[in-house]
Ligand binder design. Structure first.
Ligand SMILES: *[C@@H]1O[C@H](CO)[C@@H](O)[C@H](O)[C@H]1NC(C)=O
Ligand SMILES: *[C@@H]1O[C@H](CO)[C@@H](O)[C@H](O)[C@H]1NC(C)=O
Ligand SMILES: *[C@@H]1O[C@H](CO)[C@@H](O)[C@H](O)[C@H]1NC(C)=O
Length: 376
C-alpha cells in the first residue's frame, strides 16, 4: 500500500511537471473556425448537457437528454423546448442534476424506431428503455439472456449510446463499463478499465446478445448505410473500430486527435461518412497517463477525487472539443471547431439535421448549438 502511494505520488509530480512543458500536437487537417453568426445557441432551462440528438420519423425535434434526467423536444416554430419523457418516476430533487442522476436517470443515446414511433433510450443508470411516440415515463426493455453467453453482469452499469437497424429493428448499444458509473467516467478512463461491451437487442425475440467485450470505454455506435457494419468509438484508446455484422470481426479503422464520444452517420449526399464528437483533444500528458496503465490505476487508488484532477488537467491541456467527419474507412475528412460560446467546450455529438444544419451536443453546455453550414 505504502509503495503504491509513493509510486503514484511520483506519477502525480511527473504529471504536474509535464503540464508546464506539454504542447498540443495536432496532426490532421487544421480545424475550420466557424464565425459566430453561423451558430445559434438554444438555451436550456433546468438542466445542462444535451449529449445526443434524435429526430422523430416526421423529422420533428430534435430531442435530447439533459442533466436532470428529462428528454426534451425542440419546437422550431415556437423556438422553445418542451418536456417529452423521463426515465424514472420520482422527480423530487432532480433539478440537482449530476448529484441525483443515479436516481433521476441520465438519458444519453436516443434513437426513434420508424414505423411504431418508439423512442429507444440508453440511460447511463437505467439501462436500455423505450417510450411511445407521445412520451411520458419510459419503460426498461424486456429481455432474455442467451444462455450460452456469459455476460458477466445481468444489468448495465453505464449504458451510453445506441443505433437502430430500421429494417430488422435490432438495437445496437454500448455499455461503457461494468465497474464505473457515468459520474466516474474519468476514473474509468484513467484506470484503463476494459470491461465495456457492445450489445445487440432484438425487440421481436427479446434476445440480448453480446457482440464484443473487453472494450476500453466503448461509446458512440453507428450503423453503416448498407447495414453491414457498425462504427464504434473506443474512447480511452482514442480510436474507431469497425465491427462487421456478418462475420463478427472487429478492426481498428481510425486513430483520432482526441477522445471520441458519439458517432452519427452523415446524411449529406456529398461526402457522407460519419460525424464523430471529440470530447477533448488528447494532450501529451493524458497520452502518457494512458500509455502507462500503472499510473492510471495508482491514481484511482489515491484518496483524491480523480474526476476533479481530470477536469483540472483538462483545463491545462487545451481541452476544447471538435467535430470530425470520417469516411467509412475512418479517414479524417473534415474538422470543425467551435468559436465564441463553443470554444473550450466538449463536443459530445455532431448530428446532421435534414436541412444540412449541424447540431452540436456537449455534456457541459447549458445550450444546444445549431450551426448552419451552408452559410459558412
Ligand atoms: C421521492 O424521492 C425523494 C428523494 O429521494 C424521497 O424523499 C421521496 O420519499 C420519494 N417519493 C416517493 C413517492 O417514493
Ligand atoms: C475478455 O478477456 C478475457 C481475458 O483475455 C477472456 O477470458 C474473456 O473471454 C474475454 N471476454 C470477452 C467477452 O471477450
Ligand atoms: C442556412 O443558411 C442559408 C443561407 O443563408 C439559408 O438559405 C438557409 O435557409 C439556412 N438554413 C437554415 C435551416 O436555417
Amino acid at each position: 500500500m505504502y509503495s503504491n502511494l509513493c509510486l503514484t505520488a511520483t506519477a502525480v509530480a511527473a504529471i504536474f511537471a509535464l503540464l508546464a512543458i506539454s504542447t498540443t500536437r495536432f496532426s490532421p487537417p487544421l480545424p475550420e473556425t466557424l464565425d459566430e453568426p453561423n451558430i445559434e445557441y438554444l438555451s436550456i432551462d433546468g438542466g445542462v448537457g444535451p449529449e445526443s440528438f434524435a429526430f422523430d420519423s416526421a423529422g420533428g425535434g430534435p430531442y435530447t437528454g439533459i442533466s436532470d434526467g428529462r428528454i426534451i423536444k425542440w419546437l422550431p416554430d415556437k423556438q422553445r423546448w418542451i418536456d417529452f419523457a423521463v426515465t424514472s418516476p420520482n422527480r423530487t430533487g432532480c433539478e440537482e442534476g449530476e448529484k441525483e442522476e443515479e436516481r433521476c436517470g441520465r438519458p444519453l443515446g436516443l434513437r426513434f424506431k420508424h414505423g411504431d414511433g418508439d423512442l429507444y433510450i440508453a440511460d447511463a443508470y437505467m439501462g436500455l428503455l423505450h417510450v411511445g411516440a407521445n412520451g411520458g415515463l419510459a419503460k426498461p426493455v424486456e429481455f432474455e439472456m442467451e444462455e450460452d453467453q456469459v455476460l458477466g453482469f445481468h444489468s448495465f452499469t453505464f449504458a451510453n449510446s445506441l443505433d437502430i437497424d430500421q429494417l430488422s429493428g435490432h438495437v445496437y448499444f454500448t455499455d461503457s463499463s461494468s465497474h464505473y458509473h457515468r459520474r466516474n467516467f474519468a476514473s474509468a478512463i484513467l484506470s484503463g478499465d476494459s470491461s465495456g461491451r457492445l450489445m445487440k437487442y432484438d425487440p421481436k425475440s427479446k434476445q440480448l446478445s453480446l457482440l464484443l467485450g473487453n472494450l476500453s470505454f466503448p461509446n458512440g455506435v453507428s450503423l453503416s448505410k448498407n447495414r453491414d457494419f457498425l462504427l464504434l468509438a473506443e474512447t480511452t484508446k482514442c480510436r474507431i473500430l469497425k465491427y462487421w455484422l456478418g462475420t463478427g470481426k472487429a478492426e481498428v479503422v481510425g486513430e483520432l486527435p482526441g477522445f471520441p464520444d458519439n458517432i452519427k452517420r452523415s446524411r449529406s449526399s456529398k461526402g457522407g461518412g460519419f460525424w464523430v464528437g471529440i470530447h477533448s483533444r488528447r494532450g501529451g500528458v493524458l497520452r502518457l497517463i494512458l500509455s502507462q496503465s500503472w499510473i492510471g490505476k495508482g491514481l484511482v487508488k489515491l484518496p483524491l477525487d480523480v474526476d476533479k484532477i481530470y477536469s483540472y488537467l483538462g483545463k491545462w491541456i487545451g481541452s476544447g472539443g471538435v467535430g470530425v467527419r470520417v469516411s467509412e474507412e475512418g479517414e479524417v475528412m473534415e474538422i470543425i471547431e467551435g468559436k465564441a460560446e463553443l470554444r473550450g467546450r466538449s463536443f459530445s455529438e455532431v448530428e446532421e439535421g435534414e436541412d444540412g444544419v449541424l447540431w452540436i451536443g456537449s455534456i457541459n453546455s447549458p445550450f444546444a448549438a445549431k450551426i448552419n453550414v451552408s452559410k459558412y
